[in-house]
Design a protein around this ligand. Structure first.
Ligand code: ADP
Length: 339
């Protein structure tokens, strides 16, 4: 069903409810008005009709009765026509309003549905690519009658690498689903604890590339956070800073309190991100051109999407500024414990 068809269906429902209410009140108004009319116009007529009434001649009395009767009919018709006009106006105006409201109601649902379909398509594509590669390589190896033990081992090694990637991908997908469902246990946890744990997890990787990771923790305050998730988000930022930086460069982590939040600012001297790509890097499966072309930089474009979901689930934020060729700065803000 298209958005237009769905909106029409929902609008008809809204309009039916609106018209039912309007008709009900019209009936009430009609009954009350007729009752009032009866009291106001019919009563004098009964007076004219009684033998003990004022001493009008028969023709004068009949004239008065006819006049009142005419007034009654006229007032009655006026009430009906006004109620009809009001209901017609509600039908037309309400129809337009219902369609507008239905569109507004369905638009976000439609967008969420589209995002979900895109996500499923992207996920299947990412899962299928290594599986297809593995299958082809294995089939070629199996068909080779002169396959040596060494070559077979190489093939197995390549399979293990692909399987590791698939495991990382499925874990990433699972993680996204969990954060979406808000499986977080928030407690007060020192910003320092999160920072030190995160830096610890990337030190080996940084040392391997001769990259210096320095941290400047300027607050002893705590954040309200799910410790593993907050650490994971920060590890993603540090990991990316290292991944997309040249060997022997420097990555810094600055932790500062800023009013009601604590900011974790990760700065690198890496490849940077194009301004046109900046709005997209938090989307699932998005990888900027620079990282796509650099074959040695592994990833599925899920890290920042997960980190952003974590920030959102904490009512915090994740923002970025970057200069192509100079470096990037990512800021994770989490709510501080109020003192
Ligand atoms: P990936 O697994 O590709 O690193 P992410 O979601 O972590 O996925 O990042 C999305 C994209 O954002 C990356 O592919 C890369 O192009 C860009 N990016 C992220 N962090 C940085 C950084 N520190 N420097 C340059 N580009 C970055």
């Amino acid at each position: 069903m298209t958005l237009h068809q769905g909106s029409l269906k929902l609008a008809s429902l809204y309009l039916a409810v609106m018209m039912a209410i309007s008709l009900f009140f019209s009936m009430v108004v009609y009954q009350t008005s007729i009752h009032e009319l009866d009291r106001g116009l019919r009563r004098p007529m009964t007076v004219y009709n009684t033998p003990i009434g004022p001493g009008f001649s028969t023709s004068v009395r009949q004239g008065l009765i006819d006049e009142h009767e005419a007034q009654y009919e006229e007032a009655h018709d006026r009430i009906i026509s006004r109620l009809l006009i009001i209901n017609l106006l509600i039908l037309v105006g309400g129809g337009a309003l219902s369609y507008y409201l239905a569109l507004r109601t369905l638009k976000p649902i439609e967008e969420a549905h589209e995002a979900q379909s895109r996500f499923t398509a992207d996920a299947s594509h990412e899962l299928r690519t290594p599986i297809t590669a593995m299958r082809t390589e294995n089939e070629v190896a199996l068909m080779d009658p002169k396959l040596t033990l060494n070559e077979a081992k190489q093939q197995l090694q390549s399979n293990v690498e692909e399987l590791e990637k698939l495991t990382a991908l499925s874990e990433g997908l699972l993680r996204l689903a969990q954060i979406d469902n808000n499986h977080l246990q928030k407690t007060a946890i020192k910003a320092r604890t999160i920072s030190e744990a995160a830096v610890d997890r990337v030190l080996n990787q940084a040392e391997g590339r001769g990259i210096l990771v320095s941290s400047d923790i300027q607050t002893e305050d705590s954040v309200i956070a799910d410790q593993p998730s907050a650490t994971e988000a920060l590890v993603t930022l540090l990991d990316n800073a290292i991944k997309y930086a040249p060997d022997t460069s420097e990555v810094t982590l600055l932790v500062q309190r800023d009013g009601r939040t604590i900011n974790f600012v990760v700065t690198d001297q890496g490849v940077g991100i194009k301004a046109s790509e900046l709005p997209h890097i938090f989307e699932r499966f998005y990888r900027a051109d620079s990282s796509r072309t650099k074959q040695h930089v592994d990833g599925y474009g899920l890290g920042l999407a997960i980190a952003k979901s974590i920030a959102d689930a904490h009512h915090g934020s994740l923002t970025v500024t970057s200069q192509l060729g100079k470096g990037s700065q990512f800021t994770l803000s989490l709510p501080a414990v109020t003192t």
